[in-house]
Ligand binder design. Structure first.
Ligand SMILES: Cc1cc2nc3c(=O)[nH]c(=O)nc-3n(C[C@H](O)[C@H](O)[C@H](O)COP(=O)(O)O)c2cc1C
Length: 188
């Protein structure tokens, strides 16, 4: 499952989805209302057009954020896990409190209760104590927190290179691909 919330980072969502599809992973996608607004602000397309583009590359089911009866709201719907990319602090707080208000929150809640892999890619700076405490709560509940920090030691020569390296990190956090030996990549 891929959750998209109203933080900055549509380009990172797109790279992550395409990398997952390159690995042949079928996707369930849910984007919050604010995530859809952000998508339009950061890209030249509507979120639904991005989803249609992904659907041409592999199996993608897009769920409406208000659809509480969607299959991904249930623990009996088997998934390999979930990534929330980007993850707003509002969504971090909703999941950490257990008081989710949309399908994205519910899918994350289910992922944790079923002890499946939840990867959270938070996007905010600076982080308040409340943000840090909520992220800590998610980590204590089993989530992996993957801040989208550029690997400058790889000497990226473009934003695309930074984004591709981050997507690779996210796929490793999901255990979809093996770890990249970045120290070796740096040394060579
Ligand atoms: C232009 C813009 C950029 C934003 N960027 C962020 C961000 O990077 N991180 C964040 O936590 N919230 C950000 N927000 C605020 C969230 O969109 C807001 O808290 C919203 O309620 C999040 O809802 P959601 O988590 O359901 O998507 C931004 C809002 C706007 C209008």
């Amino acid at each position: 499952m891929v959750g998209v919330s109203g933080a900055s980072g549509a380009v990172l969502t797109d790279a992550t989805v395409r990398a997952l599809q390159a690995q042949g992973v079928p996707l369930d996608v849910v984007c919050s209302y604010y995530g859809q607004l952000m998508w339009r602000q950061e890209t030249d397309e509507r979120f639904r057009d991005a989803a249609a583009r992904w659907a041409e590359r592999g199996p993608v089911t897009v769920h409406r954020p208000e659809d509480a009866a969607a299959p991904i709201a249930s623990g009996s719907y088997a998934t390999r896990g979930m990534v929330i990319v980007p993850c707003s602090m509002a969504t971090v707080g909703a999941i950490a409190s257990g008081a989710g208000q949309n399908l994205l929150h519910r899918a994350a809640d289910v992922t944790l209760k079923e002890t499946r892999r939840l990867v959270v890619v938070p996007r905010e700076t600076p982080l308040s104590l409340i943000h840090l405490r909520n992220l800590t709560t998610l980590a204590e509940a089993g989530a992996t927190i993957v801040p989208p920090d550029p690997a400058f030691y790889l000497r990226p020569d473009s934003v695309d290179a930074i984004v591709e390296a981050l997507a690779e990190r996210i796929l490793y956090a999901l255990r979809v691909v093996p770890a990249v030996d970045q120290a070796h990549a740096w040394a060579t």
